[in-house]
Every structure is written in C-alpha cells, then in structure tokens.
Design a protein around this ligand. Structure first.
Ligand code: PLP
Length: 451
C-alpha cells in the first residue's frame, strides 16, 4: 500500500512541477497516444504500479494544464496546494459523507465550512447549504427548494404529488440565463423553454424595469456574473420587484458570488443577500479540486423538504446536521473538506486578495490587447475579457492558433452576435508575468497569421 501511494504522490508532484514547461493544450500526439488505454478487459490481476505507470505516462500528457498558471478557459481555477493535500487525506479517509453519526468528521467540517461560506459571501446566517458537484446541481437543488416553497404556499405538496394537476408556476429568467439553469428547470418539470425571458442590456444584465407583473407561484432566476462579460444583474432592484409579487428569487452566482468576499468588488453584488437561494462553485474561484459546487437556501425547510430521505436502516435522526438532508446524493465524497481547507488557510484577506488580483489581471489583459489594436467587447468589471481579432473567421483562426501555440489557453464565444476570444482569469497561481507572457504570445500569434 505504501509503495503504491508513494509512487502516486511522486508522480502527481512531478506532473504539477512540469506544468510550467509544457504546452497548456495537450499535443495532438499525446491525444493520439490515448489509444494505449484501449486494451481488452483484463482477465486477471496485474501489478498496481504498472497501472499507475500507464495512467501517468499516457494519461498525464493528454491532459490540458488546467491546474497551471496560464489556463484562461471556462472561468475555472486550479487547485490550491492545501486543497489538493486535504483532498488526498480525505480520499484516504474514504468517508461516505451522508450522515453525521456514520461520518462525524466529514459532517462536522462541512457544517463549519457552511458557516464560514455564509459569512464570507455575506449571505443570511441561517441559510441551509448543499455541497454538490458544481453550480449546475447547485442550481438544481436551489430550484427544487423554490419549487417546493412556491407550491406549498399554494397548498400543493410537490414532493408527494408531483406536478400533475399542480398550480402552474411562472418562471422568469434573464435573456442571458446560463444553460445550467435552463437544464435544471427541465429536470424539475418546469421546462427549459416554458419561461418568461426578460430582455438584457449590452452587458447582458437583466433590465429590471422589464420584469412583468408578478402574481401566483413564481420563481425568478437572476445571475451574478455573466459567463461572457462578468456583468451582474441588478439584484437589489430585481428583488424589490419580485418580492412585492411574492416570487422566489434565485441567484446563479457560479463565480460572481465571490465578488461579495472583497471590499473593492462587493458593490457588484449589492442586494444579493435579499434573494431566497443562491448557487455557486468552489471549484471555480475558490480554487479547490473538482468537484465542488454549493447551494444556499434561506429557508432550510424548503431545501430539506426537497432533498431529505428517511429509511429504517439509516441513522437519519441526529443531534447534528446530516449532509444528505440537503443533497440529491445519499453516498458521496466529503467535498466540504477542501472548502474548509481553502477558507482556513487563506482567511478573508487571502480570498479577497486572490479575487481582486485576478480582476486586476483581467484589466491588464484588456489594456494590453487594446493597446495592441485589438477590440475589447466588454466592460471589464470582473475577471472576464472578450477580445475580437477582426471578423468572426479571423478571430476563430487566431484563437485556434493561440491554443496550439501552447503558452496559454483561451476559448471561443459569440457575444451578442460577435465572435470573440474569452479570457477568464480565475487561478490562484496566475502571476502578472504570466499575463504579460500570455499577451505577448497572443499578439505575436495574431500578427503572424496572414490576413
Ligand atoms: C460555470 C457556471 C455554471 C455551471 O457550473 P458547473 O460547476 O460547471 O456545474 C452555472 N452558471 C454559471 C453562471 C457558470 O459560470
């Protein structure tokens, strides 16, 4: 056992050390070599060290260097070393983290993480929380709680009776709603398309004045942090209008919610504490390993009603919070532990510094690319930059060339009809020098490409 785990940690450390000197995107050759995994199912046992060797020698080179300093795709961070270490230790514990009596350590640490999260994100102290796989499932959990609450108020028990014959629920979203919210609405039987869409402005913010008059069971989904522009819906205004009509307000703040953890950017999140539920990610801006998303719900009973199970063989009655009362899963890994490790190690100031630094780095990207004559399509309010290198065709070719050049990695998007490269700065590890090196690579790749 000791040899196997020592070998694995040695390989993992070497992988992380070598990220600096490799291309961020895997080479086409490394991807082609994945064929080595395509063996027939083994008939019998073999050496564990040979298995790890294959995984490392063939698997590692075909990864994208998301854990490194110059990956700027998809608003995702890398794992802070202490969170990876905590993940390894918690992996060794191998706790089935559903119930307090069975896994006190995991359940207790998650409860502490939850309390700290509510403090740092400036959310109401009594909220319930779910530690789930990502913001997609966090949206699902929060919207399940919303569905429970708005129907309970109309005298309908949706967990018992489903939606057949239920009073209809009006669902209001912004024109820039994230697809994971739409998907969650679909899973919950509320419909991906059966929504009222409120128009947005040029930054993607919902125009609060265009929210229709609200009556009857209603759920309104707002957004903190647009995946393209980083813009925030005016949540204070939205809550004022929605609450007057008795609607439940949910905020998808997968990465944007973290603005509330800083002094400089907190104003963007003004009014967010007035909502009823929130979804965010820890594997994005908190820089913990996959997978970790978080749902928070102001009324714990709504979330528990939507998620809890009871069974004779399960010790569900305890003096303490049972994690499984708040999640779709029963058995799962103790994903609150890395959250705790990040919050405990960085503290309020460390977290604020990480977020603010990434936002300053985004502004630096925008300034330098703009100075080089490229068009920045968004107001850089957070950590997102949209840049065009000319028309759609040319921008697409430049992005592909930047990805294969390998210094850094950025993705493609279409923003309000314009094709753009999307730069998301969200890693603890990124330095100013990394920004400068990446900008230089982008500029020389773009200039070298024939018009
Ligand atoms: C990333 C993101 C999601 C989905 O999060 P996952 O962790 O990938 O499930 C939802 N909403 C927004 C605004 C996002 O940026």
């Amino acid at each position: 056992m000791k040899d196997i785990l020592t070998d694995a940690s040695r390989r993992a450390i070497r992988y992380l050390e070598e990220l600096e000197s490799r291309s961020v995107a895997p080479s086409p050759e490394a991807v082609a070599n994945l064929k080595a995994f395509d063996e027939p199912l083994p008939e019998g046992p073999s050496s564990p060290s040979a298995t790890l060797k294959l995984l490392d020698e063939i698997g590692s080179p075909a990864t994208t260097a998301m854990a490194g300093r110059r990956f700027f795709g998809f608003v995702i961070g890398g794992a802070l070393p202490v969170t990876l270490g905590a993940n390894w230790l918690a992996g060794a514990w191998d706790q089935n983290s559903a119930l307090y009596r069975a896994t006190p350590s995991a359940a207790y640490i998650e409860e502490i993480s939850l309390r700290w999260l509510l403090e740092i994100l400036d959310l109401p102290a009594g909220c319930a929380g779910s530690f789930v796989t990502g913001a997609t499932v966090a949206n699902l959990c929060a919207l399940a709680a919303a569905r429970h609450a708005v129907l309970a108020r109309a005298g309908w028990d949706v967990e018992a009776n489903g939606l057949f014959g239920a009073p209809p629920i009006t669902v209001i979203v912004g024109g820039e709603v994230h697809p994971s919210v739409s998907k969650s609405l679909g899973i919950l039987g509320l419909g991906r398309s059966r929504v009222v869409k409120v128009p947005v402005d040029g930054s993607g913010r919902m125009i609060a004045a265009k929210i229709p008059a609200i009556s009857g069971p209603t759920i309104l989904c707002a957004q903190a942090g647009n995946v393209n522009t980083g813009a925030f819906d005016p949540v204070a205004d939205i809550c004022a209008r929605a609450k007057a009509g008795g609607a439940w307000v949910h905020v998808d703040g997968a990465f944007g919610l973290w603005a509330a953890a800083t002094r400089r950017l907190k104003h963007l999140a003004a009014g967010i504490g007035l909502a009823d539920s929130w979804a965010t990610d820890a594997h994005k801006w908190l820089n913990v390993p996959y997978d970790c998303g978080l749902a928070f719900v102001r009324d714990p009973d709504s979330l528990r009603a939507a998620m809890a199970v009871t069974a004779e063989y399960l010790p569900t009655k305890s003096e303490f919070r049972n994690p499984a009362d708040f999640t779709p899963e029963l058995s799962r890994r103790a994903r609150g532990i890395e959250v705790w490790a990040a919050l405990r190690t960085l503290g309020r100031e460390g977290i604020a510094e990480m977020i603010e630094q990434n936002c300053a780095q985004a502004r630096r990207f925008a300034e330098k690319l703009s100075a080089a004559g490229f068009e920045i399509l968004n107001e850089v309010v957070l950590n997102q930059v949209l840049v065009a290198f000319g028309d759609a065709e040319r921008t697409k070719r430049v992005i592909e060339a930047i990805q294969s050049e390998g210094t850094c990695w950025c993705g493609i998007t279409v923003w309000q009809g314009r094709t753009a490269m999307r730069i998301s700065v969200s890693s603890w590890a990124t330095t100013t020098a990394d920004v400068d090196r990446s900008v230089e690579a982008m500029i020389s790749v773009a200039q070298a490409l024939p018009q």
